[in-house]
Design a protein around this ligand. Structure first.
Ligand SMILES: Cc1cc2nc3c(=O)[nH]c(=O)nc-3n(C[C@H](O)[C@H](O)[C@H](O)COP(=O)(O)OP(=O)(O)OC[C@H]3O[C@@H](n4cnc5c(N)ncnc54)[C@H](O)[C@@H]3O)c2cc1C
Length: 438
């Protein structure tokens, strides 16, 4: 066995996505000795950050992570978690979070909106193709609205957001959770990167710490409070290895597809993602404007069939509408390393109905109907694997005292909207609870 390292803190936070970063920052601000353990490293200073090469380097299995059913999952593993590759969209939590589960984070969310100046992009930066889609939707009676963004064009030297924005923000306009990590470190938190937590340790019903690997060494870290924020896949895996049999049983994904069609004009492909959206809560889906980055487009569409990959030269003539489905809890993250996310009988007809609406909108926007097609399924919101009400109480505590979960895995059902603002709200609420209790 390699040398073993011993660490100690008041609070251990595992994972530095929006859940872990926010919690580490708030607990450090509250005077706690915080140890933040992150499996990935900080790729932001590297020259490849925000490039296609970078996206391969920092996403799990070089972006080739698939469920048993063939759904592709994008899972960034680095400081800042998935916000290093997100679209920068923000949405307040759905009403059911409070009404059905008794969790009110409205104050934390409105404070975050103010603090990070969350707002839609100015009209002239929302993109010509995207605005055309939104106007077509509005003409058909669907209430498309400018999408709230964690983006401030004035923060960057030169706003340069296009489809490539999802590879990682190079112009600096987009906020990421890594900035909260920086704040936490400035306030005294200890950040250990390249540190993979394998198990939680507990004794007599109370948490005592975590153990895992720090580069090529084993480590043991002790604390009376441990918060798992390793994301919708990472957190259930740690819990499974720690003896929690229900972890990872069932998951949600906000299953996503793109519906594409082609127009004659060139030069409208490269626009910021998701600048306009329409929510359809009664049928359980959300539509938004988005086109895959140039180099990812043929790879993703080759999964559907070579014919679709060969449309690549027409990338700049695409109009794209993204569907996010409020999928049922199904499948799960399994101890043998596999993931399953089947669509249910309830999911399929709703996805079909959403696709039909996309067809109508694209045709209204001037697309040649014979060119319309839907991409294979994918998922960027693995969540709902350690659900509130099933494995967690309203304070996000597990059955083990002092062991909490604060990330997308807590969602009791599919959020069907951008997740990050809700996760930040949950983390701010949990940190108040922990600081108050100590
Ligand atoms: C391409 C893409 C676009 C998206 N667009 C949006 C958007 O516009 N708006 C929005 O709100 N959401 C968006 N999302 C989703 C959003 O980014 C995630 O839902 C959110 O980041 C989840 O936060 P989290 O705290 O649960 O975990 P994550 O952000 O997944 O962070 C978990 C962290 O834990 C680390 N970790 C995992 N296992 C371990 C371990 N064993 N030990 C130590 N560390 C570990 C990981 O490396 C990672 O850094 C997008 C996601 C993707 C991939």
């Amino acid at each position: 066995m390699a040398n073993s390292i011993s660490l100690r803190a008041d609070v251990i936070v595992v994972g530095s996505g929006p859940g872990g970063a926010t919690l580490a920052r708030e607990m450090a601000r509250g005077g706690k000795k915080v140890l933040l353990l992150e499996r990935g490293i900080d790729h932001r200073p590297r020259s490849y950050y925000g490039t296609y090469l970078g996206a391969l380097i920092y996403s799990d299995r070089m972006s080739l992570l698939f469920t048993r059913e063939g759904l592709n999952i994008v899972r960034p593993l680095m400081v800042g978690g998935a916000t290093s590759m997100y679209c920068g969209c923000a949405a307040p939590p759905p009403g059911w979070f409070k009404d059905k589960y008794g969790i009110d984070i409205s104050l934390e969310v409105s404070q975050t909106i103010e603090e990070l100046a969350i707002a839609p992009l100015p009209a002239e930066l929302r993109g010509e193709a995207s605005t055309r889609i939104a106007q077509a939707g509005q003409a058909l009676g669907y209430d498309w609205q400018p999408q709230l963004k964690f983006m401030r064009p004035g923060r960057g030297k030169q706003f340069d957001c296009g489809a490539k924005c999802m590879l990682g923000c190079r112009c600096g306009a987009k906020w990421s959770a890594a900035e909260y990590v920086d704040d936490a470190v400035r306030m005294g938190a200890e950040l250990r990167t390249g540190t993979r937590v394998e198990r939680v340790l507990y004794q007599d019903g109370h948490v005592i710490g975590v153990q895992g690997r720090l580069k090529d060494q084993y480590f043991l870290a002790q604390a009376e409070t441990v918060v798992l924020a390793a994301g919708g896949i990472g957190t259930p895996r740690i819990l499974q290895a720690s003896g929690f049999r229900d972890a990872g049983v069932g998951m949600t994904m906000d299953v996503t597809v793109m519906v594409y069609g082609f127009v004659k004009e060139r030069g409208i492909g490269n626009e910021p993602p998701m600048t306009w959206s329409w929510e359809n809560p009664s049928d359980g889906y959300m539509l938004s404007t988005l086109i895959d980055p140039w180099l990812l487009y043929p790879i993703i569409n080759a999964l559907k069939g070579l014919k679709y990959a060969f449309y690549w030269p027409k990338w700049n003539n695409i109009l794209g509408v993204m569907i996010k489905l409020k999928d049922d809890v199904s499948g799960g993250v399994f101890p043998n390393g596999t993931i399953s996310k089947p669509l249910t009988k309830n999911d399929r007809p709703r996805l079909k109905a959403a696709e039909e609406v996309c067809h109508k909108i694209l045709i209204e926007a001037g697309v040649d109907p014979s060119t319309i097609f839907m991409t294979p399924l994918r998922g960027t919101h693995p969540s709902g694997t350690v659900r509130i009400g099933r494995m967690l109480d309203q304070n996000l505590q597990t059955e083990v005292e002092g062991l909490y979960v604060c990330d997308a895995s807590t969602f009791p059902e599919a959020l069907d909207r951008p997740t990050v603002l809700t996760i930040i709200g949950l983390a701010k609420r949990l940190s108040k609870h922990l600081l108050h209790a100590s």
